[in-house]
Design a protein around this ligand. Structure first.
Ligand code: RB5
Length: 146
């Protein structure tokens, strides 16, 4: 599995935490910025990660900003992306099992690094259940291809 990860200036600390988690888990990743601690614009980081996921260059993406909201809104504009904004462990599991989410968004002004690490660990290791959920995801894909 390969993961693309990025944050804006509001998500630098959690980005480092999740990179260290992926190092421990032996997961290959590409760090797509940002490189600065000054203010940047989250769509400039969300869209390139989302495009890499959508075109299959990487299997999954992780995006962090202050709230996670801007990153998730921008990522979900890219066709084929199912970005889930998650701040609890129940949803981390459920969104992989039910939504087959391919990008995880989190907000560093909402949760701390410890919870973010647990959420990411669950999200990275939980499989999609398929079954009854497939029809629902197919409906989203059908809408996207209109
Ligand atoms: C940046 O100040 C902040 O707006 C951004 O990190 C994010 O929270 C947007 O949704």
């Amino acid at each position: 599995m390969k993961v693309a990860i990025a944050s804006d200036h509001g998500g630098l600390n959690i980005r480092e935490e999740i990179k260290s988690l992926m190092d421990e888990m032996g997961i290959e990743y590409e760090d797509m910025g940002c490189d600065c601690e000054t203010s940047v614009d989250y769509p400039d980081y969300a869209v390139p990660v989302a495009e890499k996921v959508a075109n299959g260059e990487v299997n999954k993406g992780i995006l962090i900003c202050g709230t996670g909201i801007g990153m998730s809104i921008a990522a979900n504009k890219v066709k084929g992306v199912r970005c889930a904004l998650v701040h609890d462990m129940f949803s981390a599991k459920a969104t992989r099992e039910h939504n087959d989410s391919n990008i995880l968004a989190m907000g560093e002004r909402v949760i701390g690094p410890g919870l973010a690490r647990e959420i990411a660990k669950i999200w990275l290791t939980t499989e999609y259940e398929g079954g009854r959920h497939k029809n629902r995801l197919d409906k989203i894909s059908t809408y996207e291809s209109k």
